[in-house]
Each structure stands twice: as structure tokens, then as C-alpha cells.
Design a protein around this ligand. Sequence first.
Ligand code: PLP
Length: 781
Amino acid sequence: MSNTQQDDKPSGILSTQPPNFSPGAVLEFARTYYGLTGSLSPLDSERDQNFLISSTAGDQYVIKISNSAMDPALLEMQVEALEHIARVDPELPVPRIIYSRNDSALEQIQTAGGLAHYVHVLTYLPGRYPKDDPAARSLLRPMGACLARLALSLRGFSHPAADYKLLWDLKQSAKLKAYLHYIPEPEHRQLASYFLERFEQHVLPEIPKLRAQVVHNDFVPNNVVVAEDYPGKIVGIIDFGDLIHSLLVTDLAAMLAQVILGYDDPVDAAGEIIAAYHESIPLEPAEIRLLYDLIAARLTMLNVIAAWRVTLYPGNREYITGGVEQVWDMLGVWRGLDPAEVTKRFFRACGLWEQQAAHPIPGHPSGTREDHLKRRARALGPYVYLFYERPLHIVRGEGVWLYDDEGKRYLDVYNNVPHVGHCHPHVVKAIADQAAKLNTSTRYMHDLIIEFAERITNRTPEPLSVCTFVCSGSEANELAWRMAKLVSGNRGALITRFSYHGNADATVQFSTEVVPQEELPTHVQTIYPPLSNSAFRKPDSGINKAIHNLSESGHRPAMLMLDSGFTSDGIFTPPPGYLSMLYTETRLAGGICVADEVQTGFGRLGEYFWGYEFDGVAPDILTMGKPMGNGHPVAAVVTRPEIAEALAAKTGYFNTYGGNPVSCAAGLAVLNVIEAEGLQRNALAVGAYLSGRLQAIGAAHPNLGEPHGSGLLLGVDILKPDGSPDPNLAKRIKNHMRENGVLIGTTGPHDNVLKIRPPIIFNQEHAETLLAALSQALEEC
Ligand SMILES: Cc1ncc(COP(=O)(O)O)c(C=O)c1O
């Protein structure tokens, strides 16, 4: 992929046709300018025209005719670099420059139309090209050692043209974002975008602190020659076309990205190369820490540029896209790896891990576990309880993974708040960028809040068009309650029998999971949740009785509030007819209907963006929260204009933090990721797969019931042999899985339903990890 200066301009080297001289014209040129006669055979080149000339005297040379867009200053730089290397390390097998009869390293050849192309002639380095077997293990250490030696030989070299803009320069990777639209497949685009976001977040800020010099920048198996009889001996280094002043470590990363492609354990292969490189050029910790992201950026670069170039040269598709699939596969593998673990292995390869591990991680709590637990109990009080018999000390999250203080990673099957994955780089960046710019209240005009409100209400049915931002699901439901009382003129609430709607004064009383039925105030009455995804208690799930009970104490319903996924009631999607029946009865009795989508919104359920859609109804108020900001506290209430107007006329509404620009940036970033990564579709597909596999495991296991729920909100009952709930076994399973690296929760009135509610980037492989841990727990508990 040797392409050089101003390559991303329309007139650049990546978009200008290579020269096309006839062999006859080239032979004539070689004879006239170099006194060379012999036979000519073409050599591969993407942007130039190269020939091998076998002279009548028995010598072999390479004639390189440069692309017309090539800056001669860069050619001069390449010539000078080769001469520098020959002086500094004469044994290093690089081509030697052949001077013309004019004693010049560069000559010019003209097309019939008078267009001049620069020409230079080099000695040909005979040997074998390992590119046909780049995964030859014997090449790993020599590649690392040889690249280091080459970099050392260039250490003292400088040239005024060296600091130019090259799209193939890894430190320019952020520029590739502008090319993402050339990638046709959304999942590939998403993968590329993910790694470019990581690059911006992790690498960009470090660049000014790193060692830089002129580097080869394309030291890959295509550009080395090995001995005919010994594939581990490098006898030639060719193609200095990407030579540039860049980070020293990018030279290494560019090579690693391409060499690891053929390996089942790419980290191991990379480790061997790194170790050999490190022996000659000791890597600095700051460089090692960036290698995971630099390798990813280089792989991304290969495919983004290929996707772009294929649109410029469709006739050359096969050549340009030849390796693209393998690179996508590797990027997929790379994303599945734990960056910290990869970095640790790279440190180990350099023999630096012990030293590194000895440094305390900033912000990492000190003291023993017992101290920590004691301090916590004292400082936070008894109600802030911890999950699991052996509480977890989580220090980091990424994607579907959480990491504890000992570096162990856990598959997160429990947390729905990091909806698009823990610490998604796009969301993190959106939050950080906006926090660095402005954060204030809704009392000033700001574009983001309008955009966010519109993006949400674009997804709600008319006339649900007014969006009020708050900070938590509890606040959203409190506001919905105030609105309901105001527009209905009533004071009663209808909820399900084991519900959760919040922690504030009103909403805690709508949370029968917290307040036992018998302690509920008379203005709150309960109905039955669904019996399954397809059935409910006929004829009316107890709503008429509940309305009657309200009237007994002088109340009429102000609202029916339902969690559309019945998450605390045991996890069900609304069965057909259930919501429509309840909505009709509530409205007949003078109340309005509130869909609490705090758990279910934003595509988790797969089939629909909101849970109420399962029964084709439209609520009067929609509340949302948890997944909205991927962990940033953002929540909202969407309602009809006349309900908002009624509130405005009565008291108005102000929330200090609700709708602040940082929250809106977070929320918009989440929506962008859901859309760009097709995550609702993913929830549907992976949820269906998981549900089918759970069913199959359940068929063979008497303790496991049928799964219910939808998409990536699934519940599966743990039962005794007689079919009754078994909360003790559920608890043992939960703790067993935790010890095995899979985090799951329990729910339902009997606490015997395993709650499956991971970030919705959860894929089939993650599902298999979960199922394996569950099967093992079922066997061993
Ligand atoms: C269905 C439902 N509604 C509301 C809430 C309250 O949200 P928050 O904890 O953000 O106040 C929750 C929280 O778990 C919930 O599950």
C-alpha cells in the first residue's frame, strides 16, 4: 500500500492513475540514461510503474517510474535515506541507488503527451518473497529485529520533506472517519468507527509525548525478501515509498497489524515480534500501552482505504480488496480481546510487566477488602447492599465486560444501563467534549436539548410530542404522576403486584417490590401482571377489583403505570390484548395510562423500540431513563401537548440538571450508536438465539423453566422438581456463575427468575459463554 503525499486530495497519489509506458520506451530510456541493456519484466505496483531489468552483463536492477502526482522532494528524501542507511549500517540489506550517466539519482521520462515522470533505478535484491507465507513463524523474530535495526539506522536521518501529510501515517488515523461511508456493510462500518473512536480517545492525546523520527512505515511481509533456503533470514528490505517522519512506535504497529493476520493467537505472534524489536530498541511503557489501539487503527486503515480506493478503481477491485475479509475478521477478533490483557502480554513480552504491575494504578483503592467493606458500611449505611456472597470490586468496564481489582474479567449479563456497552468510546467522547465546552441548565437556549427531544419524539407516536428531561427514572415517574393527577383530577394509582417505579416519596409507593401489598396506602391498588408473554389472567387481571377498591376509600384512578417489561414481576412482554384491555378500563374510570419504559426502552426488546408497542396501544405518558445516557444520569417524560400545558399553567416544571448539555450529548451519542451499530436488530437476533438455546437446555434440565421476555430482556425460572419456584437454587446459581466470570441477577416475586439483561451489543459468542456458565452451574449447584 505504498502511497504518498497529499494522498487524500482528488489530485493525490491514491487517486491518480499510475504511469503506463511501453516496455520498448522504458528499455530505450534505460539504455540512453543508464547504459543498461537487457530484458524487461513488469513488477507489481499500485501507484507507480516498476520493471525488473536483467542486464546483458548478468546484473539485475529495478526501474521505478513514479506516479505523476509524486512530489520529487519525497523521492529525493527516499534516495537520501537509502544512502544514509548504506553509510550507517552497510550490512542492512536495502537497495542501492544507481546513478545515471548524468550522475543523477533521479531522471525524468516523458509521455507522448509531454507529462514528465520521475525515474530512479535501484539494485534488485534477489530472494524469496515471504508474502505467500506471511504467517511463517520463523519470520516473527527476524521481522522485529530487522525493523528495529532499520529504525536505528534512520535515527540520525532528517530531511525537510519528511514531515508531510500521508493518509497511511498512523498518527493521522482520525482523518479516516471522513472515509467511513465508503464501507458498504454497516457492521464493518461500525467496527471501524469503534476503533477510530478508541484511537481518538486513547492515542491522539499521547502523540505529542512520544518518540518520533523518520520511519519506513510499511515494513510488512510484502516488502521484505528472505533467503531462498532459509525463510527466517531477511535478505532484502524494499519499498521506501511510505517513508515519513512519524512516531517510532507506529512503524512497529503497522508491521504488527499485518504480520498477525495469519495467526490464531495474534497477541502471541505480536509478542514475539515485539520482544525481538525491544531487544534493540527498548520500548517505553507509554508506547507499549498504545500498541493495542495502534494495531487496531492500522487494520482499520487498511480496510477503510481499500473501501475508498475500490470506488476510484472499480476495475481493480480484486487486487484492492483481496485481503479485506481477513482484516475484518481480525478486527472482530481484536475487539473481542481485553485491551488490558493484550497490553499486559505485550509488557510481558518486553519483560517489563513486573515493573509495571508494581506501580500502583492511580485512583485504585488501597487497603484490604475487609477494610474497604467496613469503611463502606460506615460511610454509606446499611441499605447500600452489595451483590453476591463474595462482593465484587469492579474497577473498569468495557463493552460487555467488567474487570475486578485483580484484573479478572466478567461477562456482564446483568447491567442494562450501559446499554451500548460499558464506556462506549463514542459516548465517552461526546460526554467529555461537551463537558469541556459547556454544562448548564435549560434556562438558556441550546441546540442539543432540542435535537435530543426531537430525536426521541421522532420515535414516539403522535400526539406524544413534548419531552421533559429529568435525571432519573424515579423523577420521570414522579412527574408523570403529577401530570396524571392534574389532568384527571383524581388521586388513585394502579400498578402491578410486584412492581418497581422509583425511590421518591410517591413512586416508592408504586413499588410493591419494596412496599409490601398490605402496607400500601389506600390510593394505590394492584392488578395482576401477565402470566406469560402470551397470556394474562382473564377476564381483566383484577383491574375492576382494583378500581373498586380505590372507590371504597374515596378514590378514582389518576393513572395506570406499567413497566412494559414487567421486570420486577418476573419479566414478560405484554401479551396481546392485555394492555389494550387495561388502558380501556383505566380510561373509562377517568385515569390516564403511563408506560414506564425505564427498563424496556431504546430497542432492548428487539422487535420494538418501546415495550408498549407489543400490544399496539399508545400511552398518554411515556417515561424513560436507565439506558438513555449509557450510565450518565439522563431520563425523560414524553407526553401530549395539552398535558404539558396543564402542568405549565399550574406550577410549571424546573429540574436543575435535567436536559443539561452534557446529558443531551450523552443521550444523542447513545441514539447514534444504537442506530449506527444496528443494536435493536442485534437485540432481536441475539435474544431469539439465546431464548432458543435456553429452551433447549431447559428441555434437558428439570430445574430450568421456559424463557420469557423478549430481545435482550429475558427471564428464566429456576424451579424445584415439582415446578414450584426455587429461590435458593437461583441464588446458588447466581453466585456460582459469578465465580465463573458471568454476572447475572435474579428477579420476580419469589426471586427465582434469572434476569438476563446485558448491554445490547451482546453477541452470539457472549451468549454461548453465558449458556456454558449456566449449564455448569445447573450441574454443580
Ligand atoms: C421500571 C422502572 N421504573 C423506574 C425506575 C426508577 O429509575 P431510577 O433508579 O433511575 O430512579 C426503575 C429502576 O430500577 C425501574 O426499573
